[in-house]
Design a binder for this molecule. Sequence first.
Ligand code: HEC
Ligand code: HEC
Ligand code: HEC
Ligand code: HEC
Ligand code: HEC
Length: 217
Amino acid sequence: MAGVFEPSANLIAKAALLVFLEVLLAGLGWWFFAPRTDYASAVGWVLDQPVPFSHEHHVSGLGLDCRFCHTSVELSATAGMPATETCMTCHSQIWTSAKLLEPVRASFARHQPIVWNRVNALPDYVYFNHSIHIAKGVGCQSCHGNVGKMALTEKAQTFEMQFCVNCHRDPGPNLRPKEALFDTDWHRTAATPPPDALMAQYHIGGRGLTDCSICHR
Ligand code: HEC
Ligand code: HEC
Ligand code: HEC
Ligand code: HEC
Ligand code: HEC
């Protein structure tokens, strides 16, 4: 019994307390600072997906349009994810025994959709709508980067409030002609209509686009 109160035990108890405090401090530090780093918001990081789907191959390589798979992007708030049937229009003919595509075939056979991990997400208290952005001349690239060059889909923006508000304050320079909306490798050229002309063409203006109630309803 007496051993418990020997100096060495005291030392161990002190050391244990110190380790505990250090872990606690490190934990608190992570909690305070981590959410502000690109590590936590995962810009440029890729997620594990059930199938290693490549936009680079399907978009840049095969020339498929975004709307072939994200069918509701012009029509509704969400872009939508492709049904397995969409993949099978090709993969019932090509790469039919590829191991990589086993989850696609299983999904098709069992009539169960593939569950993709979400790359981009906003908190519930933010209202967002894809269709209005496409209708008003904002291309996918402005928010999702050069998807056509991504072997695995990565997040291009953290979607902090500042990112949205910066464009809402002055959308003109970010607008593009209709034919460039789905081109993820587009740049302004001398032939591109100036920002004011695009603002007029898309009838933008006269609304307080930075009003809190636009995005928080
Ligand atoms: C052949 C079908 C197909 C085409 C064409 C396609 N996508 Fe995708 N897209 C997918 C699939 C499958 C996923 C889910 C896997 C992933 O995240 O890579 C996805 C995911 C995404 C995501 C991430 C969604 C999330 O979880 O937040 C974005 C952004 C995206 N696509 C944009 C585009 C853009 C922009 C285009 C056109 C340039 C395009 N896609 C064309 C099939 C397609
Ligand atoms: C228009 C036809 C077509 C559609 C639709 C299509 N694919 Fe493909 N896919 C191909 C071709 C062709 C290849 C071979 C590409 C290569 O090697 O360059 C391929 C290759 C792949 C590969 C192997 C890895 C790679 O990218 O080379 C995976 C995984 C894949 N597709 C998944 C999917 C999924 C998931 C869908 C549905 C969301 C889909 N594909 C829709 C034609 C298609
Ligand atoms: C103004 C910015 C912006 C533009 C432009 C934009 N997106 Fe998105 N996208 C987002 C945000 C933000 C999310 C996450 C939405 C959420 O969590 O509710 C998202 C999510 C997605 C998703 C995941 C599924 C969904 O609908 O939530 C896909 C797929 C996608 N976008 C494809 C596209 C395609 C294709 C285009 C171009 C036709 C496009 N996006 C244009 C901001 C944008
Ligand atoms: C590159 C420019 C750009 C970016 C980035 C952008 N927006 Fe927009 N947003 C616009 C334009 C242009 C309009 C249309 C304005 C109009 O109709 O006059 C718009 C309209 C909206 C609307 C109004 C929808 C409606 O039905 O009234 C909402 C909500 C919105 N954006 C939310 C967001 C959110 C949230 C983000 C960030 C995740 C974002 N936007 C990022 C350019 C942008
Ligand atoms: C164009 C869209 C947009 C407008 C306009 C906007 N917000 Fe936000 N707001 C967002 C987005 C997106 C987030 C989520 C940020 C994140 O996830 O980090 C956000 C987050 C917030 C948060 C949570 C804390 C934070 O900063 O992340 C508060 C509080 C907030 N907004 C208040 C406001 C107020 C007050 C206004 C008006 C002065 C306003 N917002 C206008 C898009 C907007």
